[in-house]
Ligand binder design. Structure first.
Ligand code: SF4
Length: 261
């Protein structure tokens, strides 16, 4: 017997919690206006020093990051479909030899919100789609709680092949794989990014921070605002964290509502 709550219970619990909060706040999406969020549009007219809540680092553009890979065949892909066809046999790191399926990502190619996780797990490795197992079902509920459908966002991972036994990605694996994610971001051009878990947040943002610290900060990835929250698998293990996740998701929705039309 295990004392770990069953995921179905947790999903129901999250749903019930969201409904309670919704009735308390009047409506799931009637949020208190947040401070102005930096968007892609107004970033263009800002100096680096004036971008709010961005650590004092040099703002590198996606194009600059991708230019380091201009000699690779996928660099000039014009669509996600073309990119996937060019990289789905990748063997750039050792994970290429142990994966069952390459997990490119799924969703709207023009999504305003991109959701980024850590790496495929067993269910994802078997199916070739990110977040399809129990954590995936919980992610769908988390998105639905703030009125996003799974198919209207784009879901991807830092790594596109499964690390054995779901261990953390190694730095060399991230270094080999992350340019594909950058290319996906450059093709999709999301207006907001939601990172699921510490591994996704620290690797995307190149920070050495705890999840607790990242959750309470506004970040930008190459000018795209980033919200970091719990990985759904972590919420399954720690149901008490769902209150924090709910706050993060509301912040994401507020930022979405404030995007220019
Ligand atoms: S994890 Fe990424 S870099 Fe490594 S083999 Fe898979 S697709 Fe290639």
């Amino acid at each position: 017997m295990t004392n770990e709550p069953r995921e179905t219970d947790l999903a129901t619990e999250l749903e019930r919690f969201v409904k309670e909060q919704a009735s308390r706040f009047g409506d799931v999406i009637s949020y208190v206006p947040a401070k102005r969020v930096t968007t892609e549009k107004n970033i263009a007219s800002m100096s680096i020093a004036s971008i709010p809540s961005v650590p004092s680092v040099v703002l590198v553009t996606l194009e600059e990051k991708l230019s380091l890979h201009q000699n690779e065949p996928w660099h000039n892909a014009k669509s996600l479909k073309e990119l996937e066809a060019l990289i789905n046999n990748c063997q750039k790191c050792a994970l290429g030899a142990t994966r069952i399926k390459f997990v490119f990502g799924v969703g709207d190619p023009h999504a305003k919100v991109m959701v980024i996780g850590e790496a495929p797990g067993a269910d994802e490795d078997a199916s070739g789609e990110p977040f399809v197992g129990r954590a995936g079902q919980l992610l769908n509920k988390m998105l639905a709680a703030v009125e996003f459908k799974r198919e209207e966002v784009f879901i991807a991972n830092i790594l596109k092949s499964r690390p054995p036994n779901n261990r953390d990605p190694k730095p060399e694996e991230v270094a080999a794989c992350e340019p594909y994610l950058w290319k996906q971001i450059s093709l999709i051009q999301p207006k907001l990014i939601l990172c699921l878990g510490r591994i996704a947040g620290t690797n995307l943002l190149k920070l050495n921070e705890s999840l607790g610290k990242m959750r309470n900060q506004d970040y930008n990835f190459c000018g795209i605002p980033v919200v970091v929250t719990y990985h759904p698998a972590a919420l399954m293990r720690n149901p008490d964290w769902k209150h924090g996740a709910w706050e993060d998701l509301k912040r994401l929705r507020r930022m979405y509502e404030e995007l220019p039309a």
